[in-house]
Each structure stands twice: as C-alpha cells, then as structure tokens.
Design a protein around this ligand. Structure first.
Ligand code: WTA
Length: 670
C-alpha cells in the first residue's frame, strides 16, 4: 500500500474478523427458479463449472474463442495474450472498434429499429433512440469532433448530466479513437480541472446543466471555473449541449453549441479500425495517496469482457429492458449502461435523476412505465428504499422485473432479503457483482440461472477469473478466515496502467503482495473470506479508501482538501460506519494556533471540501483535536481514529502510540 506500513493493514484484517461474525451465521440459500434457468444463457451450476474448468485450464483459448464468436474484428490478432508482468496485452495485433460493435453490426439485423437507449429526464421528458438513430447521432457527432480538430489519440473530457448525449459522446470518441475521460458531474471545478490537466484533454464536452433532485446542476459554470486563467492549458475547445436552457457564458472561439454543429454534420463516419491495445478510456478513481489515478483501459479486451459479463451475469435477452441506475461518470456506467449493453444489442435505460423528496418513488414509476426486466443498483440505494417503506414500490406494478443486481459495496443480508422480497417479489434472482474501476467488468458474481445464492455473498469467480484470498506472503488462508483478495491471472479488461505513472501502477496493485515463484498477484485492496462452500464474502477495503454510498473516496484526498484551508494545520480522515451510506466521511482536524473551533468553522470546512472535491466528499462530522495519535515514527494511527469515529473501544495494540494522553482527549471529543 502506498505510504502505509503493512503492519497496520494486518491489524485491519484481524479487526474485520469480528465484523464478519454476523454474516458467518448466514445460512440461507436461494436456488434459481427452474423457469429462469431453462431460458438462461447459462442454465445450471454444472454448466458454470464446465466453463470455469475449461477457462482455468486454458484462459487464452477460452477468451479467444469468445472474442471470435461474440465480436466483430476488422483484422484478427496475432497473439492472444502478451503477459510481461504486470503489463498485459490482449489480442495483440487485432483491429477492432467498440463503437462498431455497439452500433454498426446491429444495423444489418432486425435490431436496426430496436430501442438502443431509452432515456427518461428528471422533469419527465423522455427520448428513445433506436440503433439506427443512435448510430446516426454518433457518426454525426464523431464528425463534429473531427471538425474541431480532435484526432486519434487525443484525450477528450466528458462532464455531463445523464442524458443520451453523454453516451453519444463516449461512442463518438471511441469511433474516431480519441480516448475519453468522463468526469462525474457531481465533482467540483477543482476536481474536474485536476483530471483535465492530468489527462491533457484537448476538448471538453459538457452541458449548460442537468436536472438532479429537483435542482439545476450548473455544469458549464463549473467548466468555466476549471478552465479560468488558462489553468488547464491543454483544453482548446468546449462543446455544450443545451439541456436546461439556463443562461450561461459562451466564450467566443472556445465554446460551441452541440446542436448547432451537429445539425450540419455528415452522418457518414466509418469506425476507425483501432489496435486492440489502443487506449479506449481513462477513468480517474481514488487510491491511497492524494491524487486520483487515471485507470487506463484499452479496446479489444475491454469490449470482450464487458460484453461477456453482461451477457452471462445479467442473462441479457433480446426482449429485455435493462436498467442500471449508475452514472456514466463511474465505471459501472461505462461498462454496464453504455458499452456492455450496446455491444450485446440490448435496450439500455438511462435516467437523468435520482429519488428525491418530490418523488421518492421515481424508480418504481420508471420500472412500471417501461416494463423494466432487469434492474441494477447499489446497496446504499436499497437501504434508503427500506427506510422509505414498502408502500412506494407496492404502489407500482413491478411484475416485469425478472432479475436484480447490486454493486458498489458489500450488501448486508437484511438489505438483500428486502430487495428480494419487496422489489423482486421473491421470484427474481439477485446478482451481487464484485468488481472495480480497475477490473473493467464483474469479477465475482452469481450467474443467475446457475448459481445458488447466499444473501451477502458475491458467490464465485466469473469463468476465466482466478481469484483467491491470501495472506501477505501470497499463501491462501484457511476457510472462513479473512485475507486479501487477489487475482492470479490476467483477464481481458484488466487495468493496463495508471495513466503516465507505471510506477504507481506497479506499487499499488502488484507489490503489496510480492510475486512468488513466477506467480503475480493483482491486489484488489479488499479484504475477503471464502466459506466452506467456496463462496466469496467481501469484507470491504483494507486500504485508505472509503466507500461512501458506493462511491470510492481516498481519505488522503479529503485530507489534502482540508489542509488546503488556511485554518487547518493537520487532518486525518476515516470512514465511520453509516446505516444507509455504508460509510461516512469523519474528519479529525487540528487547527492553526490562533483559530477557534466553532460551528461556523465546521460549516466552512465542510463547504471547503465540497468546493475542492464535490458533494460526495462532504464530511459528515468534523472533530477538532489538539493532537493526533501518532506512532513514535510520526505516523497517524488511523486504526485508532476509526475506532473512535465508530464510537467503539479502541481495539488492538496501542503500545506504539507515542503520547497516550492524546487518545484520552480524543475520546472525550476535546
Ligand atoms: C467495492 C465499482 C462488496 C469494493 C464497480 C471495491 C464491492 C470497490 C462490490 C470498487 C460488491 C464493489 N461487494 N464490495 N458487490 N462491488 N465493491 O472502483 O471495495 O468504484 O474495491 O468500482 O467497491 O469501487 P469502484
């Protein structure tokens, strides 16, 4: 772990042991309904085992066969896998374009006039784009990008609300080979700027604003701020979608309206044959050190893996309306709103808004309105629905649903059971999918027609994934013992690098558990255990990443934001368990000598973090202290702070603590 001593990680795992006691008791089993299995792509556990065995025996042959049958290639590869640990290349020499696989190839089939995207805006407007229409829009927009000087290899920033143009922009970039970097619309101007600078983006695509929770989110104003005084000098042009029609500033020569350029653009734009290993996108995600890192994904392997995982784990059928409630700013939106569904020729539903006071039941309205068959959301949303009560979903017809999914954080068995009963009507299998920005697609997941599920467990590895739970020396731990989740063989959509930072790539993912006898371990950053039946149970992050409402945040990112405020001398941030959000940001702060701790300052500091990062990082609680508990070598003992934040007794060894009185004071909330 970057900047962390391994001893402390060890203690984290021991600590989490007690936390899993409750799920150890979880013995309920849910077998797939026979009717579901009969029609599913993968129909039985025997079939899963067969696939798993075949893939484990020869992963390269397994993936090559699927790449050939499931995707279109302009030219076939010369080599399936080139593995120079920790750098992997898949389908080397192959030529492919993911926009072609998501669009063009469906046009010669009956899917030409099938709905590709069904979109619902928060104010109630809606739009459906067939494959033919989406293809046309993407081709036109790809020509707009070209006209504005975007060339193959140029990076394009996308900072958009959840509107069809977000998907169109991504696909258009992919079509001409310009890697996109999508920045979640909830991130602040500061956070956006940092990402644009790191990616050296040439152009930014945004909107005047978006509608979310009955408010207008002024995106263009944030872009203006991010670019002010030429502070992201690589950015030459900005393209603006008109969504809210609120007045905005348009800078002459720099800013252009999407609709004006799109109107006259030609719809003739053949997909560029990309090298399988050409970069498809860079997506920034939080890690242990201060700055978010640019996770690099390439074309061929990512196309194959997002396609196959959606097909098998969500059992996509041609008649399905599939809805993933994520935002395209996260990996879930990339793989499972845009690329995976469209590559499969599925109908993907996109929603601009979120449950809110004026319409807490909006999700169930949409399920009913469009007859949604497959629904994919996060445990934090499920827990929020539980709090709102059963009346809202019960007031709507949810009988179209046949499969449910969850992602983002461990799901507690209680929420799982509620989801199963109230939303799934006791008839829909639940797929709890464990994966990460870095993995590109599902790694551990049930296959719904095959896998008997246990509430709270993400069950088994996807075929072709060799996963294990090990100790710090890479040795498998005993059954039901906590350890580190690792992946032991490269997979097609594996993170290729940290953008412009191969050292960080190596350190973060490949050195925490050092290679042994030629075996390399991809270290996921999660603790896990495997039970007596071989089921995986995720125990949560073991590094300094916290998970707030399913969103990944680096504690050091929040700390840097806090110490950039003039009143703050030192800050330490930990996750505090929260019933709905999973975790909440809890900050311990020491002030500069003359500053007085009061409520106004608390407010100011919270607002400062929102300005630096975005609302998702707003501390739930700030506790002022005159000192931090530190080791003799000066390291903050976060483990103790985590205990304190959770209101628990300080557990484990405190003998390395330099000044014990600090702990006493912190307990008292001094
Ligand atoms: C957590 C989101 C338990 C985990 C796709 C991981 C999960 C991090 C699950 C990645 C799950 C994701 N059960 N924990 N089903 N899915 N996580 O990069 O800690 O935003 O490392 O990708 O979310 O978050 P990321």
């Amino acid at each position: 772990m970057e900047n962390r001593d391994i001893d402390e990680i060890k203690k984290d795992i021991t600590m989490s042991e007690s936390a899993i006691e409750s799920v150890l008791q979880e013995k309920r089993l849910f077998t797939p309904p026979a009717e579901f299995s009969q029609k599913a792509h993968i129909k039985s556990i025997e079939q899963y085992h067969q696939l798993y065995k075949e893939a484990a025996a020869d992963p390269e042959a397994f993936w090559a066969k699927l790449a050939e049958t499931e995707l279109h290639w302009f030219e076939k590869w010369d080599k399936i896998l080139d593995w120079q640990p920790p750098f992997a290349k898949w389908f080397v020499g192959g030529k492919i374009n993911i926009s072609y696989n998501c669009l063009d190839r469906h046009l010669t089939t009956w899917r030409k006039n099938k709905a590709a995207l069904i979109w619902e805006g928060e104010p109630g407007d809606s739009r459906t784009l067939t494959y033919l229409q989406l293809h046309r829009e993407v081709c036109q927009f790809a020509n707009v990008l070209k006209e504005l000087g975007v060339k193959k290899g140029d990076r394009v920033g996308i900072y958009m609300p959840m509107i069809p143009e977000a998907a169109i922009a991504m696909l258009a970039c992919a079509r001409i080979g310009a890697p996109h970097t999508v920045v979640f619309g909830g991130f602040s101007a500061e956070a956006l700027r940092g990402r644009l600078i790191d990616a050296e983006a040439k152009l930014v695509i945004t909107a005047d604003g978006g509608f979310r929770k009955d408010k207008v989110v002024a995106l263009k104003a944030q872009v203006d701020k991010a670019l002010e005084n030429n502070s992201a000098p690589s950015v030459e042009k900005v393209l603006v979608v008109q969504r809210t029609k609120e007045p905005i500033h348009m800078e002459a020569g720099r800013d252009f309206w999407w609709h004006e350029l799109q109107k006259n653009a030609s719809a003739d734009c053949p997909a560029e044959p990309m090298d399988s290993e050409d970069v498809l996108f860079i997506l920034y995600t939080s890690g242990t050190t201060g700055k978010p890192k640019g996770v690099v994904h390439t074309t061929g392997g990512y196309n194959l893996y997002s396609h196959m995982t959606l097909k098998w784990a969500f059992d996509i059928q041609d008649t399905d309306v599939y809805w993933c409630t994520a935002d395209v700013g996260w990996i879930t939106g990339h793989s499972y709103i845009v690329y995976g569904p469209l590559s499969n020729g599925a109908t993907s539903l996109m929603y601009e808004g979120a449950p809110r006071k004026s319409n807490p039941g909006c999700f169930w309205d949409i399920v009913e309105k469009y007859g949604v068959n497959i629904f994919y959301t996060a445990p934090t949303a499920i827990r929020a629905f539980m709090k709102m009560g059963e009346e809202l979903p019960k007031a709507r017809d949810l009988s179209s649903l046949r499969l449910l999914g969850t992602v983002g954080e461990p799901i507690n068995p209680e929420a799982w059971m509620w989801y199963n009963r109230v939303i799934g009507g006791d008839r829909c299998p639940i797929v709890d999918t464990w994966w990460q920005t870095e993995t590109g697609g599902f790694m551990l997941t049930p296959l719904p027609g095959a896998t008997t599920t246990k509430p709270g467990s993400c069950t088994f590895p996807f075929p072709g994934i060799i996963a294990e739970v090990v100790d710090l020396d890479g040795n498998p731990v005993a059954k039901n013992q906590g350890g580190y989740l690792v992946i032991k063989h490269p997979w097609p959509s594996m993170i290729r690098n940290v953008y412009k930072n191969p050292d960080r790539f190596r350190r973060t993912y490949w050195e925490n558990i050092p290679p042994k006898d030629g075996q390399h371990f991809y270290f996921a950053g999660d603790g896990a255990r495997i039970d007596e039946d071989g089921y995986f149970w995720i125990m949560g992050r073991v590094d300094d990443v916290i998970n707030v409402s399913g969103h990944r945040l680096g504690t050091m990112e929040v700390e840097s934001a806090l110490v950039s405020h003039p009143a703050v001398a030192e800050a330490a941030v930990v996750g505090k368990p929260d019933e709905v959000k999973g975790e909440e940001v809890f900050a311990f702060v020491t002030l500069e000598g003359d500053r007085i701790a009061n409520e106004d300052l608390v407010k100011e500091l919270k607002q400062h973090v929102v300005k630096e990062i975005g609302a998702i990082a707003r501390p739930g609680e700030i506790r002022f202290t005159d000192g931090m508990p530190k080791t003799r070598s000066g390291k903050i003992m976060r483990r103790l702070l985590r205990n304190l934040a959770a209101g628990q007794e300080v557990a484990g060894d405190t003998s390395t603590l330099e000044d014990r009185s600090v702990l006493e004071k912190l307990r008292g909330g001094a």
